[in-house]
Design a protein around this ligand. Structure first.
Ligand code: NAP
Length: 303
């Protein structure tokens, strides 16, 4: 096995370091891989310097953490070389969770503690490096949740905590009660909302590096035939030719250009696609090129 590439770690508060590109496992159940293939993907990611893996209890209908854990059990020493991110707080109706009658959110102490225990068992690990509350729960009691975070960290089951898909006001309410280390949000050349609704402003202001999901629009950046996708793809292709890299690398560079110092999460099963994300770490787009992509996405120039 090759020595891991020396990527500069992304440092967060609370002693957390992740790789500057994180490998997402959401779609792993769809890949239809056996244990050896899953293990190979993990090892190849580690060899690229992508040492952090993004999970959620619900991925694959509550199956992905166990698929990953099964591969990890085949090479347990790998655990020391990686960081595991997982999420909880969504209750899916699933044959794997007979108690869930409707899809709902749950940030209660009982649900969060039970979810973490289930994730640890499925992932076959003693701790989760970063636990995120997956979606904002309208019934969240921020004092109870903050106290649950303290309890999880005291037991060593969770090292750091954050949120995902929360409004700035929701993040602030919880952050005042327990330090959060990140907000995981959607951002891509096809999805600009976080630039406009205060989400990224808050990340910069609080020094919370955001983690970015669907950085390629879930693949729509390359497969979409709608006008927005076509416009953006044309600009990405032109910049890719100029810089001698792939259009995917330009999309990642566009995300990385934001001053919040985002950490993108890949979604691909192809190691070459992870390498295209890593390649973007060495590419800084000019502000004009950044706005060229913005203009293609919105379909108009700035005011
Ligand atoms: N917090 C949340 O609410 C939330 C929500 C969604 C996702 N996430 C996390 O974010 C991760 C990434 O999200 P995502 O999967 O939507 O990411 P993405 O990178 O935007 O989309 C990945 C999809 O695009 C496809 N694709 C097509 N052309 C590609 C190309 N040239 N390069 C790379 N991929 C291409 C991939 O297929 P191939 O595999 O064939 O390359 C894959 O199906 C997930 O795994 C999950 O960990 C979090």
């Amino acid at each position: 096995m090759n020595a891991p590439a020396p990527l500069t770690p992304a440092r967060f508060s609370d002693g957390l370091s992740l790789s500057p590109i994180v490998a997402g496992a959401w779609r792993m159940a769809d890949w239809g891989w056996d244990v050896a293939q899953r293990l190979r993907w993990i090892e190849q990611a580690l060899d690229l310097g992508v040492t952090s893996f993004d999970h959620a209890d619900i991925y694959g209908g509550y199956t992905v953490e166990a698929l990953f854990g099964e591969a990890l059990a085949a090479a347990p020493a790998l655990r020391q070389r990686m960081q595991i991110v997982s999420k909880c707080g969504i209750r899916l109706v699933s044959a794997n969770r007979s108690g869930h009658a409707i899809k709902s959110y749950d940030s209660s102490r009982a649900h969060v503690l039970a979810s973490v225990d289930a994730s640890l068992q499925a992932l076959r690990t003693e701790h989760i490096d970063l636990l995120l509350i997956h979606r904002p729960d309208s019934l969240m009691d921020p004092d109870e949740l903050a106290d649950t975070f303290v309890q999880l960290k005291a037991t060593g089951k969770v090292r750091a905590v954050g949120v995902s898909n929360h409004l700035p006001s929701q993040l602030a309410m919880l952050h005042r009660r327990h330090a959060l280390v990140t907000q995981q949000i959607e951002l891509s050349p096809l999805q600009l909302q976080a630039l406009d609704d205060g989400t990224l402003d808050q990340c910069v202001d609080l020094g919370l590096r955001p983690m970015i999901w669907s950085p390629l629009g879930g693949g729509r950046l390359f497969t979409g035939t709608d006008p927005q996708a076509l416009r953006v793809r044309a600009v990405l292709d032109a910049l890719a030719a100029q810089h001698g890299v792939s259009a995917a690398t330009i999309a990642y560079a566009w995300i990385l250009r934001h001053p919040s110092r985002p950490v993108p999460i890949t979604g691909s099963h192809r190691i070459e696609a992870l390498a295209e994300a890593v390649a973007a770490l060495g590419l800084r787009l000019s502000a004009e090129d950044w706005y060229r992509v913005w203009q293609a996405s919105t379909g108009h120039e700035v005011a």
